[in-house]
Design a protein around this ligand. Structure first.
Ligand SMILES: Cc1cc(C)cc(S(N)(=O)=O)c1
Ligand SMILES: [Zn+2]
Length: 263
């Protein structure tokens, strides 16, 4: 029947109904990165990441993911270099993950999915004065993506994992300070792919320079299981729904080139 075929078609239930048409959507994210089609660009510079743990403020369950939010009123936690012409300020990081370890990442490398993906979101503070301004501009945002793989326990992540039960429900917030997100980056941050894309959650604006790390980081099975204990739903709602599979379906490349910083 239609229902079962629909069920078969969407084996995994993306978190929300995709809007039918994105205005002029020719640079949507996420995508599959076909390694042999990426183009080495020797002009790509090393990334310069300078995060100040004192700018870490809180964790918020926004009903899509949990966001670790930073004070972005000054240039204390910044990203520059790589493919970027300007200086960008860290405003938040969050993750996407699956209901099991077979899938969960938004991007894939030659179709290989990871169980989860970290996004560190930055906005162009050379050109704009607020995130809300930058989010609608094509050079407004820069997001670093790091794949998570199941393996050894990530000691730096544990402080975050221990705080998650406090933000189990949608719209809950908990104070969270002195967390250095650099501990979530892989050793080699100068090996990455970069392409022009979009937010992967509404408003899906085509404002993002994506910087996808080649090297993954490892987290333990138990640490990722705590991510899955979060809920999409608020405390008042009758039916509680586990926060899993909070990734967007992959989008067409539409002629874009993915560049690599390495050969
Ligand atoms: C600004 C922003 C918010 C959210 C929830 C998610 C993103 S993403 N997945 O495009 O990095 C960006
Ligand atoms: Zn994201």
């Amino acid at each position: 029947s239609a229902c079962s075929s629909k069920l078969l078609l969407s084996r995994v239930h993306p978190m929300w109904q995709e809007p039918l048409a994105i205005p002029g959507g020719d640079r949507q994210s996420p995508i599959d990165i076909v390694v042999r089609k990426s183009v080495f660009d020797p002009q790509l510079r090393p990334l310069k990441v300078q995060y100040d743990p004192r700018t870490c403020q809180q964790i918020w369950n926004n009903g899509y993911s949990f966001l670790v939010e930073y004070d972005d009123t000054t240039d204390k936690s910044t990203l520059k270099g790589g493919p970027l012409e300007d200086q960008f300020r860290l405003c938040q990081f969050h993750f996407h993950w699956g209901e099991n370890n077979a899938w969960g990442s938004e991007h894939s490398i030659d179709r290989r999915l990871y169980p989860a993906e970290l996004h560190l979101v930055h906005w162009n503070s050379d050109k704009y004065s607020l995130f809300e301004e930058a989010v609608i501009e094509e050079n407004g945002l820069a997001v670093i993506a790091v794949f998570l793989k199941i393996g050894k326990r990530h000691e730096g992540l544990q402080k975050l994992v221990d705080a998650l039960p406090a933000v189990r429900h949608k719209d809950s917030v908990v104070e969270f300070t002195k967390f250095d997100p650099a501990c979530l980056l892989p050793e080699k941050i100068d090996d990455y792919w970069t392409y022009a894309g979009s937010l992967t959650t509404p408003p899906l604006t085509e404002a993002v320079t994506w910087i996808v790390m080649k090297q993954h980081v490892e987290v333990s099975h138990d640490q990722l299981a705590v991510f899955r204990s979060l809920l999409f739903t608020s405390a008042e709602e009758q039916v509680q729904r586990s926060m899993v599979n909070n990734f967007r379906v992959q989008q067409a490349l539409k002629g874009r080139t993915v560049r690599s910083s390495f050969t």
